[in-house]
Design a protein around this ligand. Structure first.
Ligand code: WQD
Length: 316
């Protein structure tokens, strides 16, 4: 956002992130973003922030986001993801802030019947509490734009992976990683003994589940385009939805092989049982984002895997 000329203010509760990221961002862009450590579940602090800062638009990333973990901790996910969203929306209403970008997820589709998945795919029963929080979040936004003169874009991410090309910022989950790629890189770094591949009996080309792994910087570019679309009033309705994926599905084993190939190493992994809450297959039809946002993800899976490993190596 900074590189696109926006002045960025970051709010985070640091429950799954680190303060050193601010210095790394400064190293990359030359500008240290303003930072406020705020728990979005605290309605008063949230409203106080928006009352005392002139904010033109909000990009709402804050949520717990691990499918597997959400099955074990549903109340934590509902409380954090939905209360945080509601407090931000309330503060936007009170402080007349009109533009909102929502970090949504392909998991809102449940197990879609047809691949690739486009934005008109039916919203089926969520397969995890995490997915439910994203479905409910989008329903809340429908009511929000219907009642108030606000403009919203919901970005349905597929699987964000990789790290910034500088290797200065990247994915660093606290504790044991829930997501595939940080577990892969921590296994390669010797932090984890082996990668458990959850399920090898899925009806796919190699038995492991298929996802659409989108490079995180391509994803970031879509956010710049989406917020600019709202600010420049180019949106065609007050609630727009875009799928953000590459349009290419990769199995878990293909991700492992890609990581091994581009980084010239062997990964220790074991095939184990399926993980509760997982779907079999999801990959995007991203043509609407290409047409409306002028967004086209160009980064291949191998480059995402290379940047993920460069980032991990820089941590040790
Ligand atoms: C991917 C695949 C696992 C860990 C993610 C985000 C969610 C949303 C959708 C943005 C699955 C397998 C994983 C491991 C494994 N994105 N796996 N061993 O569940 O698709 O959800 O994308 O909103 O926020 O969490 O991603 O990386 O957890 O799993 O075999 O140790 O890798 O079973 O098939 P998921 P994931």
């Amino acid at each position: 956002m900074q590189e696109a000329g926006y002045e960025v203010v970051i709010i985070d509760d640091l429950s799954n992130s680190e303060l050193f990221v601010l210095d790394r961002i400064t190293e990359i862009t030359g500008t240290k973003p303003e930072f406020h450590q705020i728990d979005l579940k605290d309605e008063n602090l949230v409203n106080e922030f928006f009352k005392s800062n002139k904010i033109e638009g909000v990009i709402h990333f804050a949520a717990h986001k691990a499918v597997g973990e959400s099955v074990q901790k549903p109340l934590m996910y509902h409380k954090n993801n939905l209360m945080g969203l509601l407090n931000v929306l309330e503060a936007m209403k009170e402080n007349e802030i009109d533009h909102f970008i929502f970090s949504s997820s392909c998991t809102v589709y449940g197990q879609a019947d047809k691949m690739p998945i486009d934005e008109n795919a039916p919203i089926k029963k969520a397969e995890s509490p995490y997915a439910k929080t994203k479905q409910m979040g989008e329903e809340i936004l429908e009511d929000f734009v219907a009642a108030f003169d606000k403009n919203v874009i919901s970005l349905r991410y597929f699987n964000p992976v990789g790290a910034h090309p500088s290797a200065l910022i990247g994915e660093l989950p606290k504790g044991v990683p829930n997501n595939l790629v940080p577990f892969v890189t921590q296994t390669a770094a010797g932090i984890r003994e082996f990668l458990s591949v959850f399920g090898s009996d899925y009806p796919t080309r190699d038995g492991t589940a298929i996802r659409d792994y989108i490079y995180v910087c391509d994803l970031a570019d879509a956010h710049v385009k989406a917020l600019t679309r709202l600010i420049q009033k180019e949106n065609k309705s007050n609630l727009e939805v875009f799928n953000l994926g590459t349009g290419i599905g990769s199995t878990v084993l293909e991700v492992v092989k890609s990581f091994e190939k581009v980084n010239d190493l062997k990964l220790n992994y074991k095939l184990v049982d399926r993980r509760a809450g997982d779907i079999i297959e999801a990959f995007a039809d991203n043509s609407k984002a290409e047409k409306e946002l002028g967004w086209k993800p160009e980064t291949p899976l191998e480059e995402s895997m290379r940047t993920a490993w460069e980032w991990q190596k820089g941590l040790s």
